[in-house]
Design a protein around this ligand. Structure first.
Ligand SMILES: *Cc1c(COP(=O)(O)O)cnc(C)c1O
Length: 424
């Protein structure tokens, strides 16, 4: 059982809403920092621990700067994400560039920044060489295929588009070495939102065994392995959060069993966790603007799935509370919906909640990762802004809400005025 909290009282929230109208995202800096420290402390029993925060989870440079201040880098997968990391002051090998189907210009940008390039495919070795040259340090992404069972969100590894096969990996490092690379790393990512720590320990074991085999067969000594992202968070009340200490101890035991006897100690352990870093410390705050009763009871919010897509896209559960009514009995059953012309636009389906009145502020929990970031503009919806609750209790706007001008920014209305719709 976990306890869903919100860092402001109903009165503090009311004051905030009078200054920043809903909908908005709120992130809790103190809680994000505390979580980062707990992760660092747990993993300090492993040598060379480093977390590259997966930027796609929450691509806001203020958050990235806070995480950098806590000692984390960035995991990027596109040119804009690389540029965001640069803007946030994250440098060189603090950045892991884990991309796939990568355009040449993105490899060039990663090289310019000195990021660690993580290759997704054997053919990318020559592609990278001609696009940007082979750097000293190169990482390769492993797809264990049928060796590893998939989990619900990411699916089976052998059906996933990512990574090298096992044979390609050995050929790949051989080729990279021949082309002048001198430092090597190994990466995999085979889970998403996985709460079972055994799953993550097993992933570490697979990489450790591969590291030992690379050393034996190719005399390649890896600098670090990167276990990727995919650490889950307890979206549902009955789920339990990952125990960082237990996970780090499990990885340490596998390290002692495989890496130490192979003579490969110290081997760095890197992660590119996203969801677990910020997910529980962000909330989408929205106001009930309509109530309707047809075959079901509906509460209409001023936010929509354009702000938070996970429930509509994956049927994902996000806990919802009503500000000031936390102690009331959930006497009603509602579908909590947004305004998109799309019936999937529901934050909750047949959810038991206290009786909601128009004007009540609803708090959608665990929206701090893959939330605002997955938003979109379908139906001309303008995405919510982002607020940061600082550790001194003040609130800083770290991204304003979108405007119609933003929505129109890619259109040229002067060309439209000149445009004749007559057929040519
Ligand atoms: C999405 C992704 C991550 C982050 O995943 P989380 O589930 O947010 O931890 C890390 N690395 C890669 C390559 C990814 O695609």
């Amino acid at each position: 059982m976990n306890n869903k909290t919100f860092p402001l009282s109903a009165e503090q929230l009311r004051n905030l809403v009078s200054q920043y109208p809903t909908p908005f995202y709120l992130y809790d800096e103190g809680a994000i920092r505390k979580n980062a420290r707990a992760i660092k402390k747990a993993f300090s029993i492993l040598p060379g621990f480093f977390e590259h925060f997966a930027v796609k989870a929450l691509p806001n440079p203020f958050i990235m700067k806070i995480l950098h201040d806590e000692g984390f880098g960035a995991d990027c997968s596109s040119l804009p994400e690389l540029l965001l990391a640069e803007r946030a002051g994250i440098r060189g090998e603090e950045i892991m560039f884990t991309s796939n189907d990568t355009p040449a210009e993105e490899f060039r940008a990663a090289r310019r920044l000195g990021a660690i390039i993580n290759l997704d495919d054997f053919t990318h070795i020559e592609f990278l060489e001609s696009a940007a040259g082979i750097p000293d340090l190169v990482s390769c992404r492993y797809n264990p295929g049928p060796l590893k069972e998939g989990n619900a969100i990411i699916g089976k590894p052998e059906e996933a588009k990512y990574g090298f096969t096992r044979d390609q990996l050995f050929e790949g490092y051989r080729l990279l070495k021949a082309k002048g690379a001198t430092r090597f790393a190994l990466h995999t990512m085979v889970a998403s939102n996985e709460l079972n720590i055994e799953y993550h320990i097993e992933t570490a074991r697979i990489l450790f065994e591969l590291a030992a085999e690379l050393y034996r067969r190719l005399d390649i000594r890896l600098e670090f392995v990167n276990l990727g992202g995919g650490a889950g968070i307890p979206y549902r009340l009955e789920q339990k959060p990952i125990d960082y200490e237990a996970l780090a101890r499990g990885i340490r035991a596998a390290y002692d069993a495989i890496i130490v006897p192979a003579g490969l100690d110290p081997l760095g352990i890197h992660l590119e966790w996203g969801r677990i870093i910020t997910g529980p410390y962000g909330w989408l705050v929205s106001t009930a603007i309509h109530e309707k009763h047809i075959y079901r009871n509906y509460i209409g919010l001023d936010a929509s799935m354009a702000d938070l897509m996970r429930p509509g896209m994956y049927g994902a559960y996000h806990h919802i509370t009503v500000a000031g009514k936390e102690q009331e009995v959930p006497a009603e059953t509602y579908d909590v919906v947004g305004s998109l012309c799309e019936n999937n636009d529901k934050f909750a389906v047949q959810r038991k909640l206290p009786k909601i009145d128009i004007g009540d502020v609803l708090i959608i929990h665990d929206a701090g990762a893959h939330g605002r970031a997955m938003g979109f503009n379908y139906n001309g919806k303008l995405r919510a802004g982002e607020l940061l609750l600082r550790t001194d209790g003040s609130v800083l706007q770290i991204r304003r809400r979108e405007t119609v001008e933003d929505y129109f920014a890619t259109l040229d209305f002067s060309a439209l005025a000149q445009f004749s719709p007559e057929r040519t």
